[in-house]
Design a protein around this ligand. Structure first.
Ligand code: ARG
Length: 459
């Protein structure tokens, strides 16, 4: 039991199955850099309060730097008994510099150490995800601008509703992603709070300068209560929920595009780079990229729900249940990193079929406009809605399109219809009447991408 950080009070050996069950090294080794940097800051802090000499400090710093190099070059050798990343790094430090290594952990616990490592790791990971999100948002913005003219059917209940701009559809997801970026920034502030100096649960007895630790580690604040600090995994739960909400957005986006690239819709064509074929049916081109984006959402929610179940009912401070935080966090990060990069690739290589999109518009989608025509002549909207509905019924009865009803036909439904009704049957005019802020009219859509571009450039 010589390798164990906690062997002193034990006489019996750990059961081998328990040993494997307890170990987290296979996945927490990803935090090697955060773990070493946390130790480098901590050794300086305890040197400042004379727990170690300047020589001991420098020897430990040098040893840690060498371990960092070993991890970076892939030459760090894991040994049996390396229970977790903290144990492995300390074991290696002892091999390199001898018994002085044993002073590093003075006043520290793996409880404040692991919480520190997690926060440092996630703080960096969030910046990477943010970069991927911004790239996707830029593609959305750019397409919305170059394709501002393209019209398509808009749907509610997946039923044909009103004509809209394709760029308006694009931007609708843009605003969701912008909120995801804003949420990420807020969440990151809460991640960047330093628990180091909380010990196992009671605090630090050597008066370490926690403000110094905060600054050394580039954190934005200090935890205020040591019991809370070692127990708090709100930041992981919040990350997992944030990831779930982002996954919802991307899953719905993917679902729209999966429909739009079917032959039945044929609004868009997915690039070969993001499609796959069938081993049986030679004609097939499947939207696997989008289906996986949709499918992976389930995995992310699973991580979120699963970890929240683990948190529920844990007594105060650190309990080993908390070790379950890591795989949920890492897997969610890896999943999102793939999802976001593939989504950006899909959207930047997607071909749109403007003719098919506009060809899919039909006059019945202007029935609301027919009602608005009467509204503009003073008819209350409720009555106008009813009259327009009667026109739809009449067209159905005659087996013609709404726009093919003659003025006479329409006058038979309501006297207020006149020769100027022809102007209603124009999709561009229809779309452009929605010029109030947030609408699908050209002026409003331009305002949207201008505002979003400005927001991105201020970023
Ligand atoms: N591997 C552990 C974890 O991930 C580190 C903390 C262990 N602390 C303890 N008191 N056993 O949570």
């Amino acid at each position: 039991e010589g390798n164990k950080l906690w062997g002193g009070r034990f006489t019996g050996a750990t059961d081998p199955v328990m040993e494997a069950f307890n170990a987290s090294i296979s996945y927490d080794k990803r935090m090697w850099k955060a773990d070493i940097e946390g130790s480098q800051a901590y050794i300086q802090a305890i040197a400042k309060v004379n727990i170690v000499t300047a020589e001991e400090r420098d020897s430990i710093l040098k040893g840690l730097e060498q371990i960092k190099g070993e991890w970076a070059s892939g030459s760090f050798d894991l040994k049996p008994g390396d229970e977790d990343i903290h144990t492995a790094n300390e074991r290696r430090l002892k091999e390199l510099i001898g018994s002085a290594a044993g002073k590093l952990h003075t006043g520290r616990s793996r409880n404040d150490q692991v919480a520190t490592d997690m926060r440092l790791w996630l703080g960096d990971a969030l910046l990477t995800l943010r970069g991927h999100l911004v790239s996707l948002l830029k593609v959305i913005c750019q397409r919305a601008e170059t394709e501002e003219e393209v019209l398509m059917p808009g749907y509610t209940h997946l039923q044909r509703a009103q004509p809209i701009r394709w760029s308006h559809w694009l931007l609708s997801y843009g605003w969701m992603l912008q909120r995801d970026i804003q949420r990420l920034d807020q969440l990151r502030q809460r991640v960047m709070v330093l628990p180091l100096g909380s010990g196992a649960l009671a605090g630090n007895p050597f008066g370490v300068d926690r403000k110094f630790l905060q600054e050394e580690l580039g954190m934005q604040g200090l935890s205020k209560n040591s019991l809370d600090a070692v127990s708090d995994r709100d930041f992981v739960a919040e990350f997992l929920f944030w990831a779930s909400l982002l996954s919802i957005h991307l899953s719905r986006w993917a679902e729209d595009l999966i429909l739009y690239c079917t032959k039945e819709f044929n609004f868009v064509a997915l690039s070969d780079a993001y499609s796959t074929g069938s081993s049986l049916m030679p004609q097939k081109k499947n939207a696997d990229s989008l289906e996986l984006i949709r499918g992976k959402a389930g995995r992310v929610y699973g991580n979120c729900c699963g970890f929240m179940m683990s948190l529920k009912g844990i007594p105060s401070t650190y309990n080993k249940d908390l070790q379950e935080d890591k795989e949920a966090m890492f897997d969610t990060y890896d999943t999102l990193s793939g999802v976001l990069q593939v989504a950006t690739g899909v959207l930047s290589t997607l071909k749109i079929h403007p003719k098919e999109m506009e060809g899919a518009l039909s006059a019945d989608m202007l029935a609301t406009d027919l009602a608005y025509y009467l509204v503009r002549k003073g008819v209350p909207f409720r009555d106008a809605h009813c009259v327009a509905g009667e026109c739809v019924a009449l067209a159905e009865k005659k087996g013609c399109s709404l726009s093919d009803l003659t003025v006479q036909d329409m006058k038979s439904v309501n006297q207020l219809f006149g020769e100027d009704i022809g102007s209603v049957w124009n999709y561009s005019n229809s779309v452009d009447q929605y010029s109030a802020v947030g609408g699908t009219g050209l002026s409003s859509v331009r305002q949207q991408f201008t505002e979003m571009k400005e927001w991105l450039s201020r970023d």
